[in-house]
Write a protein that binds this ligand. Structure first.
Ligand SMILES: Nc1ncnc2c1ncn2[C@@H]1O[C@H](COP(=O)(O)OP(=O)(O)OP(=O)(O)O)[C@@H](O)[C@H]1O
Length: 229
């Protein structure tokens, strides 16, 4: 469960990037939609304490991101739009194994890492350079490594943007089947309609919070009518 109470984000120059948001997210699948630069990523970064609200609070499973950041981040996995930001090791196998084992290296984890990579179509690349992967493969690796940590909540910032149709479908299914709560910022409106709850962000304001179809319809109407703030 994620609880935002009057959570607000100001830029250093005082501009309001996220206007006060109060919401209790209990649904398993929550989608966040909005135009480029509307504040989706900023809102998502609040959810694991990557960014702290400048006023108000954010709690995950009862823990405040401001006072209990490390514990929150153990529970909340975050998949960035740019996979380069989270590939830490030279090869895919090592990257996933690091997530599985923490700091102690064990052969069993290297084998388990290969099984994880298999699920993401990356087994053949397990021992090649992670930075030599294609953009879509890097996105799959970033997702595989985060899922290997077994998060209770997964926050994804446009996780399928770089993927071809086959892998987008695969990742959509995989996310749908996870036990973890998943909060996703997405420009894929069909995926947003399949969520349990949709938040629409417009110029830092949450202008809809609730029914997915109504939210996506509102977003499309605002975009096509040019009624962005
Ligand atoms: N540290 C910061 N200082 C000033 N402005 C910022 C800062 N971080 C983000 N912004 C601005 O806040 C706004 C929202 O950015 P954000 O990345 O949250 O948008 P987004 O909805 O995720 O966009 P996209 O769909 O393009 O990824 C943008 O105008 C961005 O330039």
């Amino acid at each position: 469960m994620i609880e935002l109470w009057e959570a607000t984000v100001h830029a250093p120059d005082g501009a309001v990037l996220v206007h006060p948001v109060t919401a209790t997210l209990t649904e398993r699948r929550v989608a966040v939609v909005g135009a480029n630069g509307s504040g989706k990523s900023t809102l998502l970064r609040l959810l694991n304490g990557l960014l702290l609200p400048t006023s108000g609070s954010v709690r995950v499973h009862g823990r405040d991101t401001a006072t209990d950041g490390p514990a929150v981040r153990r529970d909340v996995g975050f998949v960035f739009t740019d996979p380069e930001a989270q590939i830490l090791m030279p090869t895919p196998r090592e990257d996933v194994a690091l997530s599985l084992r923490g700091r102690v290296r064990r052969k069993a984890d290297d084998d388990a890492a290969l099984a994880v990579l298999e699920r993401f179509g990356l087994a053949a690349h397990a021992d090649r350079s992670a930075h030599g992967l294609s953009a879509g493969q890097k996105q799959l690796l970033a997702l595989a490594s985060v899922l290997a940590t077994g998060p209770r909540v997964l926050v994804c910032d446009e996780p399928t943007t770089l993927l071809d149709l086959r892998w987008r479908t695969h990742v959509d299914r995989l996310l749908a089947d996870l036990d973890a709560q998943v909060v996703t910022a997405t420009h894929d409106l069909d995926a947003a309609r399949r969520a349990d709850r949709v938040l629409v962000v417009d110029d830092g304001h949450v202008v809809h919070d609730g029914d997915p179809d109504a939210g996506v319809d509102l977003y499309v109407a605002r975009m096509t009518a040019g009624k962005l703030r």
